[in-house]
Design a protein around this ligand. Structure first.
Ligand code: TRP
Length: 384
């Protein structure tokens, strides 16, 4: 009878909602530094981050260059990661990420993240990580099969540390990151239930509308990606961009200007969808009021690819030129860019240290701050 009572009690405790921790709105997000950032990153995330940073809705904004995570599948190539940290930082700052408003830091320089990871690992089962669909498909993509590095396998747990260390309420990411957010929320609930209310449950913020569609590569088929080298980079010159647009996939069936053309799967129109406003027509192509009118003409026939590509060139230049100019300026003083990152790391360490301290307090493993523990133990030993 007694045993049953106990079981019921445990059951009740398990079902108990984990205590919710309230926290001021804060953002954490990041990227693996494995290459320069391209237009796909810009429409999918950078543009949105700049908007969020400037919205005034968030007390703190952190952007992390996830070098340690990049090493989980690039262990033999730390040089690639090392080279790309500054590339990614330059891309951030030239797009309008402002170090006065956003703390940009490098993951490996915040050791507190690795301590948190170690404690969180005890709250997650191997089977649970194995179910993570993003990890699953990445393992397949990289051909790891049975040879998955432990570090790679556990990166969702380290990502939970990244997010919770900064008490992020909001994590702007692509939808491929949703499983990481779900894993993080589970760890938060498990921690708070086991040790007490410390960690904040984050929400994903997924870009909606046009931005949610992955920008395709120049071939119009696969998504724009570093590994396929089918992208337009934020740091590409005007000439490089023009060259790439020239080669861009349109509609194979649209041979002569008079032929009707297809919009679906036509990379030029997908890009115009992502970047074009009505004002671009007033400025560059006043014969159309907007993109819809232009599309209709293309579909009817009588509108050539060259003209469409010329408009796309002008539209992209309008976006890329200020980014390029700002990048050139920053490139003149690389030591200052590293100094900004170093300051960011110092601030990130302070914030993460505070959370780590609370975590260890809740776990009661801050032994030397624990006067009650020391008193209790001296009492116990004096009795014997
Ligand atoms: N996994 C993310 C990516 O591949 C990078 C990342 C690491 C991240 N830690 C994070 C994103 C924490 C959001 C929050 O792009």
């Amino acid at each position: 009878m007694e045993a049953m009572d106990l079981q019921e009690l445990n059951q009740e405790e398990m079902n108990d909602e984990a205590p919710k921790v309230e926290a001021p709105p804060a953002i954490l997000t990041g990227d693996r530094p494995t290459g320069r950032l391209h237009l796909g990153h810009y429409v999918g995330s950078l543009r949105e981050r700049v908007r969020l940073q400037n919205s005034g809705e968030f007390e703190k904004v952190f952007i992390m260059i996830a070098d340690a995570q990049a090493l989980t599948d690039n262990a033999s190539n730390p040089e690639k990661v090392r080279q790309n940290i500054i590339e990614v930082a330059l891309d951030y700052f030239s797009c309008g990420i402002d170090p006065a408003k956003t703390t940009v830091f490098i993951q490996s320089q915040v050791p507190q993240l690795f301590e948190l990871t170690a404690y969180y690992m005890n709250l997650v089962t191997v089977a649970r990580v194995q179910r993570n669909p993003t990890v699953k498909s990445e393992i397949q993509m990289r051909g790891f099969n049975a040879d998955v590095p432990v570090g790679f396998f556990t990166y969702p747990i380290s990502q939970a540390a990244d997010i919770t260390a900064f008490k992020a309420t909001t994590v702007p990411v692509g939808d491929d990151q949703l499983p990481m957010l779900e894993q993080t929320r589970e760890i938060v609930r498990s921690f708070n239930r086991t040790y007490g209310p410390v960690l904040v449950e984050p929400e994903a913020l997924i870009p909606f509308g046009e931005a949610a569609k992955r920008l395709p590569g120049l071939d119009g088929k696969s998504k724009m990606s570093k590994s396929l080298n089918n992208g337009i980079y934020l740091s590409d010159s005007t000439e490089e961009v023009a060259e790439k647009i020239k080669k861009m996939y349109t509609d194979e069936g649209h041979l002569r200007v008079e032929d009707p053309g297809k919009i679906e799967g036509n990379a030029v129109f997908t890009y115009l969808d992502a970047f074009c406003d009505d004002h671009h027509f007033a400025d560059y192509l006043p014969e159309y009021a907007n993109l819809q009118e232009m599309k209709e003409h293309y579909q009817r026939g009588g509108l050539g690819d060259v003209k469409c590509k010329k408009l796309l060139g002008s539209v992209l230049e309008e976006t890329l030129e200020p980014i390029r100019a700002r990048r050139k300026e920053l490139e003149q003083d690389i030591p200052s860019v590293y100094a900004i990152l170093e300051e960011g790391c110092a601030h990130a360490r302070e914030v993460a240290e505070q959370t780590l301290h609370e975590v260890k307090d809740a776990m009661k493993i801050n032994y030397f701050d624990d006067a009650a523990l020391i008193a209790e133990q001296s009492e116990r030993f004096s009795r014997s």
